[in-house]
Design a protein around this ligand. Structure first.
Ligand SMILES: Nc1ncnc2c1ncn2[C@@H]1O[C@H](COP(=O)(O)OP(=O)(O)OP(=O)(O)O)[C@@H](O)[C@H]1O
Ligand SMILES: [Mg+2]
Length: 606
């Protein structure tokens, strides 16, 4: 049973290696061809040097004449010159250029894949880990695999040639060499199998370690781990993990050492035996020439080195295969959110019917939206309010088709969202996300959301004005060409939280979309900026449809309709006045906030 399973793992690992070789072939076929040629060259090369010494010594001891000897030396010299020229070109010119090409091609296809992935995939920690790993490791694994392929070719060609040469000298020696090579391969396989088991048990622990390392390394967590005690349990976990890893190392160490030892020791015994045969042939039988003796001695050493390296490379090949599995999983991922054929027209109406959605976390379903019904028409200003976790952001993600509903439908101009091509649909909307990001680029590029060629400068400036960013813009020496963040340049500009949010809002004003979704756009803004933003929205987005999510009910009171969300359901809806008159949950929340503001204001006055 176990053996069958191991065999399957092995075949699969090998299949994965071939998959990767196929990928490299697709991007840079010359890399594969020349690595194989180089491998063959390397393999033959070591034997040619040996044969040269053999013939030279035999010619010398047999007094074969100067002509024969000089021909031999010239032929060998020419071969070495050509070989070195190829080598120089291959390693110094061809490889750096081709590896860079492969790197670019691989990154591009990985980036495209990453963009096409369903957002839902990012919720699955295992997938996310593998995804990060694949992004970081694909190129490294590919080049390591090629290095090992080249070396394995060379070791195999070298070994076969050497066994052939030995066969010419003494068939018994060739048979013995083969027997010990097989012994080495058997124990290496056993070691390999033990290593697979060991790594499959230690990998989940490494995953945990990686996560903890990330938390202490990435800037995303830097603030929280300083401001809270969240790091302490992680420290504990890190220590516990180490103990578990020590146990695993101990559990497998005996087998690993034993197989490694036998894989090395038996062939060494074999080599000693061969030396004894050699000495016997020279001293007792006197059937061996001096040249043959040098070939036998250096050949034995070479063949032993070749086989040892071949066995090591085989282990690495197997290891590559296991890791490449993750890359294949990532690359073969088919997005479930695919668009239809229809180009989305300008927005007129959104109809949400019995919409249900749940996230999957640790195998459990977390209901985020529960039978939501809404109708939003062109030009309306819609507010969505509610406590944390009520499902507000989830609704916006579904409208933008970042996720698909589990039940119910969203109709855009009477047609299911799924009928429209995704790009055309997202082009008709613009969203300011709650967790917006500023990219390492200029102010203008961040507003445009892509390349800025200087043509729409006026438009960019207008958008920045509407989002209240102009006061900051005046302080930037390079205006809209100012480079943001210090990712690319040490003197890049870092913005405050509120300034970043204003820039993110400017994107919405820049893109002339009919449907604007703003998820907590004023969460980082000071009261003045919030007031200006609300004024901008009512002035500039007068004819547009706006879905505005906010916790501050004072900012949403003028909406045409307010939806109050609670635990994934709409619990109340209507205008501000209607909801206040109803004196329900909305009125309670509104009065609570108003009271707080009043109190804060009187405290300030006092
Ligand atoms: N990626 C996710 N994976 C698992 N659960 C999620 C995910 N995103 C949200 N949730 C859960 O879904 C529910 C609704 O979340 P959502 O982000 O829509 O709330 P929200 O109303 O926008 O809250 P907030 O006011 O805090 O922004 C919450 O219980 C939340 O924990
Ligand atoms: Mg939210």
């Amino acid at each position: 049973m176990g053996n069958a399973k191991d065999k399957k793992v092995k075949t699969k690992a090998l299949k994965n290696d071939f998959w990767m070789l196929g990928l490299i072939w697709r991007f840079t076929p010359s890399y594969v061809i020349l690595c194989l040629i180089d491998g063959v060259f390397l393999g033959i090369n070591s034997c040619i040097g040996m044969l040269f010494i053999k013939y030279l010594l035999n010619f010398l001891t047999n007094n074969s004449g100067l002509g024969k000897i000089s021909n031999l030396v010239i032929a060998y010299g020419l071969y070495i010159a050509i070989f070195n020229m190829f080598f120089y070109w291959f390693y110094q010119v061809f490889l750096p250029y081709t590896k860079e090409k492969l790197h670019r091609e691989m990154c591009s296809s990985m980036f495209l894949k990453a963009v096409s992935l369903d957002l839902e995939k990012y919720d699955d920690p295992e997938f996310y880990d593998d995804f990060i790993w694949a992004m970081e490791q694909t190129y490294i694994r590919a080049t390591n695999l090629m290095d090992d392929t080249e070396r394995m070719t060379s070791r195999m060609v070298g070994s076969v040639t050497l066994v052939g040469i030995f066969f010419g000298i003494d068939p018994l020696m060739a048979v013995l060499i083969l027997a010990f090579a097989i012994t080495r391969i058997i124990f290496t396989t056993l070691l390999n199998r033990t290593n697979v088991k060991f790594f499959s048990e230690i990998n989940p622990l490494n995953r945990k370690d990686n996560y903890i390392r990330r938390v202490f390394m990435l800037p995303d967590y830097a603030k929280e781990i300083r401001a809270t005690t969240v790091a302490e349990p992680l420290f504990d976990e890190f220590d516990k993990n180490k103990l578990k890893k020590d146990e695993l190392v101990e559990k497998y160490s005996f087998k690993r050492v034993l197989f490694q030892f036998l894989g090395m020791a038996l062939p060494v015994i074999g080599e000693t035996l061969l030396y004894i045969i050699l000495i016997y042939k020279i001293m007792v039988l006197k059937t061996m020439q001096l040249g043959d003796l040098t070939v036998a001695i250096s050949g034995l050493w070479k063949i032993s080195w070749n086989l040892r390296d071949l066995a090591d490379r085989l282990i690495r090949y197997h290891e590559h295969g296991i890791f490449i599995e993750k890359i294949i999983k990532f690359m073969k991922n088919v997005p479930s959110i695919v668009g239809g054929e229809v180009d989305a027209p300008e927005f007129e109406e959104l109809e949400i019917k019995d919409l249900e959605f749940s996230y999957t976390k640790d195998g459990q379903q977390i209901t985020a939206l529960d039978r939501i019904n809404m109708k939003i028409r062109q030009g309306e200003k819609i507010a969505i309010v509610g406590y944390n976790g009520a499902g507000k952001t989830t609704l916006t993600k579904l409208i933008m088709r970042l996720y698909d509903p589990k039940q119910g439908t969203i109709k855009y101009n009477g047609k299911n969202l799924k009928e429209y091509s995704i790009n055309s649909l997202r082009d008709k909307m613009v969203a300011v996300f709650q967790d917006y990001r500023i990219f390492a680029g200029t102010v203008a590029e961040n507003v445009v959301g892509g390349e800025f060629d200087g043509k729409n400068e006026e438009k960019v400036l207008k958008a920045l004005e509407k989002s209240d960013f102009c006061a900051k813009l005046k302080t930037l020496s390079n205006g809209i060409s100012t480079l943001l963040t210090r990712e690319f340049e040490d003197d890049g500009t870092e913005l405050s939280g509120g300034e970043k949010q204003k820039l993110a809002i400017a994107r919405a004003f820049y893109k002339n979309a009919q449907l604007i979704i703003m998820d907590e756009p004023s969460s980082a803004l000071d009261p003045d900026a919030e007031y200006n933003l609300n004024r901008s929205i009512s002035r500039y987005a007068e004819d547009k449809t706006v879905i505005f999510i906010s916790h501050r009910l004072s900012t949403t009171r003028h909406a045409d309709r307010i939806y109050m969300f609670e635990k994934g359901k709409i619990v109340e809806s209507g205008t501000h006045e209607e909801l206040i008159a109803k004196n329900g949950k909305y009125a309670y929340m509104f009065n609570l906030q108003a009271e707080k503001y009043r109190k804060a204001a009187t405290e300030k006055q006092d």
